[in-house]
Design a protein around this ligand. Structure first.
Ligand SMILES: NC(=O)c1ccc[n+]([C@@H]2O[C@H](COP(=O)([O-])OP(=O)(O)OC[C@H]3O[C@@H](n4cnc5c(N)ncnc54)[C@H](OP(=O)(O)O)[C@@H]3O)[C@@H](O)[C@H]2O)c1
Length: 222
């Protein structure tokens, strides 16, 4: 398969790259700055592409004509919890996080959907349970929650719009994972989260288009 992953230089993105390379697939690893960890994978079937998804500029680097799987993984949390409290969150913070976490994946799909149609492929958008209203019992974290909630509905629209062209879209929740985003405080490691999400992606067409699914295969109410 031809697989394109954003935010591929560290964390979950790097975990996806490592997994799919080991399975023998061709991987286009998109990131702002290529990391040593990515380079050191040293695989012949690895292609690196420079892509900052916060801007409308296109990617720098060659892309495959046909994409079988696109994983919109790149994202930011924004300021720590207190910086996103009711009293402290600013307009700039709200807009910055929304720009990367919601508009970023939309930009990527706008640029690539013809290639995913050519591959009759899957698009997996990585959101977060933090974007689920049903799961929000603790409030706060305005920017991240709002951007990830918006990504869920954007992902659903993509699912509806692209289904007639043979493309299936799902939305993922990785669990609470030990990465830089959580300051390594998650409940599970990257390997466990990625293995679970890969299984959900493999079974993607068993889920409704746009359905929000956690790494353990459970549907997330939103
Ligand atoms: N970890 C968790 O517990 C958890 C839970 C729920 C959802 N998620 C979601 O899972 C995804 C991956 O998170 P992670 O835990 O692996 O976080 P991470 O370790 O902080 O990695 C984030 C990745 O996104 C990239 N990125 C950020 N802004 C970007 C931009 N403007 N353009 C391109 N790439 C950009 C980063 O690249 P740079 O190195 O250039 O910054 C990095 O590769 C995110 O969407 C996150 O919201 C994570």
């Amino acid at each position: 398969m031809n697989i394109l992953i954003t935010g591929a230089n560290r964390g979950l993105g790097l975990g996806f790259v490592r997994h799919y390379l080991q399975q023998g697939h061709s991987v286009w690893a998109c990131c702002r700055i290529v990391s040593d960890d990515l380079i050191n994978l040293g695989a012949a079937n690895l292609h690196t592409v420079q892509w900052d998804i916060s801007a409308d500029d296109g990617p720098l680097g060659s892309l495959p004509d046909k994409i079988d799987l696109l994983i919109n993984n790149a994202g930011i949390y924004g300021p720590g919890k207190d910086g996103q409290s009711l009293n402290k969150v600013t307009s700039d913070v709200m807009l910055d996080v929304f720009n990367v976490d919601c508009i970023g994946p939309l930009r990527v799909v706008q640029k690539l959907h013809e290639r995913v149609i050519a591959g009759q492929g899957i698009i997996a958008n990585v959101s977060s349970k933090m974007g689920s209203s049903a799961d929000n019992g603790s409030g706060g974290t305005y920017a991240y929650r709002a951007a990830k909630a918006a990504l869920v509905i954007v992902s659903k629209s993509m699912a509806v719009d692209l289904a007639p062209f043979g493309v299936h879209v799902i939305t993922l929740h990785p669990g609470w994972v030990q990465t830089d985003m959580t300051h390594q405080t998650g409940l599970i490691d990257v390997t466990t989260s990625v293995a679970g999400m890969v299984q959900v992606i493999t079974d993607a067409r068993d889920y409704m288009g746009g359905q929000f699914v956690a790494f353990d295969g459970k549907v997330v109410p939103y």
